[in-house]
Design a protein around this ligand. Sequence first.
Ligand code: GLA
Length: 387
Amino acid sequence: MHDPAALRSSHLARFQAEPEIFVAPGRVNLIGEHTDYAEGFVMPAAIEFATLAGISPRSDGKIVIYSENYSQECVFDAAALPEAASHHWSDYPLGVVAILAGEGHSIPAFSLSLWGDVPLGSGLSSSAALEVATALAVTSLVGVSYPGPVLARLCQRAENEFVGANCGIMDQFISANGAKDHALLLDCRDLSFKLAPIPESVALVIANTMVKHAVSGGEYTSRRAEVEAACAVIASHRPEVRFLRDATPEDLERWGSEMSPNSLKRARHVITENLRTVAAAAALIRHDLPELGRLMAEAHRSYSQDFEASCVEADMMVELAQDIPGLIGARLTGGGFGGCTVNLVAVEHAPAFAETLAERYAAKIGIKPQIHICHASGGAHRVNTSI
Ligand code: GLA
């Protein structure tokens, strides 16, 4: 787990300056997949895996960014920052800086140390954690403070406009606004949200298929295009439908035949997923865990069969979990095509559940999965390291 004191000492040793330290978490999504960019609903929770960012001012006009994970330092001129991404980890912090500069902030010289333990490429939003931690660090140095939802939107823009990944708002939003022991039902249309307590008796067991996932990959983008094409068909009959959020199962019955078979299936997933997500939040709030589990199972089927964003390994991980004692619900989480499943598990069963699932998966797939027993954590914040 992350250790701000260790980041502080390595920053001090490297840059001879006391850093201010910020932390931003990764996330797991309980339900609501590929609904955010359709202005629908999602219900993620922040997790204990996180990125730490330590920042201190410099007087030589440089921006120096050091990644503890990659043991790599990048040096830029604060007055002449790169204008385009270079397919390097530094794109994420630079993207945030570019968006803040575009908002009219004059960006001073600084040293930034980054360290994170969100597993990369596993669908747990390591990118969002990196962006949000950087954004908190840089805005604090600049002397501005944005409300969490605004900060999230700026970070999403960094990813869309600078990094070049066409993601929605979910990951940055939950990283900036998550609450300990709570899931967050977010309305991606107006960014209003409701916190839903996760009972103490429930653990989030995150099972990594070890199959790499990437939002910047072609599949995420092509799914999004199919969703948008389906929406355009409905909008040609009902112009008030701006996003699939506005569409209903009846719309699909009436006009589905005008869509390509793939668009029809993608739209069916998104439209039903929005309904499931709102129902799942209500179930969680009234402690109806069997209903929540049922909705998660249905969501996985829809994600796998209609959205076709699962993979053999993730389907297997979900299937193998089904009869292990303690399971409430399991599904593939995040952007799809690999990554992790999220399992809601009765807390007293969680260690045995994790062990059995790992054994079964290794026996079937031949890969040892990483399995983490987590709890929902708080959103991004400044860390006090004074000793
Ligand atoms: C990725 C994106 C999110 C969201 C999910 C799918 O995590 O970054 O915006 O679209 O995929 O639900």
